[in-house]
Design a binder for this molecule. Structure first.
Ligand SMILES: NC(=O)C1=CN([C@@H]2O[C@H](COP(=O)(O)OP(=O)(O)OC[C@H]3O[C@@H](n4cnc5c(N)ncnc54)[C@H](O)[C@@H]3O)[C@@H](O)[C@H]2O)C=CC1
Ligand SMILES: C[N+](C)(C)CC(=O)CC(=O)[O-]
Length: 328
């Protein structure tokens, strides 16, 4: 699929548009501002602007602690009145609208019609393949998935993957752009449901819901089983190498000989549990109980401090670079 060439190199981007400014769109706004970009945001909700500014204000202390890029400033955010105005001058567009397929298809069609020719448009979708979302756009070649993790201003990973009609150049451009913008990128060469990390997280999530539905574990126990257990290792060594060490001197080969056969044991549940009212209420009540009086804002601040501490402790603070530095 051929598309017009992006008007500038990833290293030369100065102006980013964020469309959809909720939890993730707002998080992207905070990230790009902290990295020294000019950011224009658009969101159709009547209360979107104050909510967005509150999110950026709440994130700024963590971002300041991490170290802002030269010239980075929350005042470099403009909230546009229309989608067209938001993307008119953009050199990159990040879409973070609700996870509804028809809405995404329609929105990507409108963004494609409004953005300057060749500008790469990435979707934050947490699961839709781009092939299913790019069906209405006149230039599907410039549409790509850039899947972030919450909050995008602290968690480095972005999974980049194109659809069947995305050009190879778009995938390469987006991957490089995210790197320049301080992200840690995995570029996938094919579409996989849930990409990589969500496919793994969803397996964990499915089992957690089964355990709550069956009364086998509480919300607190499930969370503690990760934060006091494997989560400590996963912050710096993934599940594969971690398990290779479970095989002692025999490494992964011994681990597979020893534990591989048990993968087929009957406790492996392959079906999603029914998310009925009872399970829904149990999960919500369990989270309220586990929060122990802490508000969502308290938990966000606690999470942000914790992620920075982990990044610092494991020597993985993102490199600080201004929007222009990489071009030098
Ligand atoms: N919440 C999360 O942890 C993560 C979410 N994502 C993805 O990010 C995207 C956004 O999710 P959230 O930020 O969580 O949702 P959200 O509900 O917090 O925000 C969505 C925003 O989109 C706005 N919106 C509604 N219709 C729109 C339209 N037609 N055009 C533009 N904006 C519109 C809403 O007013 C709202 O502010 C989804 O695709 C989701 O799958 C990706 C990674 C993590
Ligand atoms: C819950 N979620 C599926 C939307 C989560 C993600 O997509 C990534 C994350 O932040 O864990």
């Amino acid at each position: 699929m051929t598309s017009p060439t992006p008007p500038c190199a990833p290293e030369d981007v100065r102006r980013v548009a964020c469309v959809g400014a909720g939890v993730i769109g707002g998080g992207w706004v905070a990230h790009f501002l902290a990295r020294g970009y000019d950011v224009t945001a658009w969101d159709p909700a009547p209360d979107a602007e104050p909510k967005l500014r509150r999110l950026v204000d709440a994130a700024w202390p963590a971002l300041t602690r991490l170290g802002l890029a030269e010239g980075a400033c929350a005042n470099r955010l403009t909230v546009a009145a229309t989608l067209q105005e938001a993307v008119a001058d953009a050199q990159f567009v990040q879409e973070s609208a609700p996870e509804k397929l028809e809405l995404k298809r329609n929105l990507l069609r409108r963004l494609d019609a409004a953005a300057p020719a060749g500008v790469v448009i990435a979707s934050s979708t947490s699961g839709y393949p781009m092939t299913d979302m790019q069906t209405e756009a006149a230039d599907p070649g410039r549409l790509v998935v850039g899947h972030p993790f919450n909050p995008p201003y602290l968690i480095p990973l972005v999974e980049v993957v194109g659809g069947e009609r995305t050009s190879a150049g778009t995938v390469a451009w987006a991957s490089r752009f995210y790197e320049v913008a301080g992200k840690s990128v995995i570029t996938m060469d094919r579409e996989v449901p849930g990409f990589i990390a969500n496919r793994l997280q969803e397996a964990l999530w499915r089992e957690a819901l089964h355990m709550i539905a069956n009364g086998e574990a509480t919300v607190r126990e499930i969370d503690a089983s990760i934060t006091e257990g494997p989560g400590l290792r996963w912050a710096f060594m993934g599940p594969m190498l971690t398990f290779a060490l479970a095989g002692g001197e025999g490494g992964m080969a011994h681990m597979l000989d020893h534990f591989g056969p048990s993968l087929k044991s009957p406790w492996t549940r392959l079906e999603a549990p029914e998310l009925d009212r009872k399970l829904y209420d149990a999960v919500v009540a369990g989270c309220d109980e586990a929060a122990d009086g802490r508000t969502i804002a308290d938990l966000v601040a606690e999470r942000d401090r914790g992620v920075i501490d982990v990044l610092r402790a494991t020597g993985r603070l993102p490199r600080q670079r201004t929007a222009g530095e990489a071009a030098e």
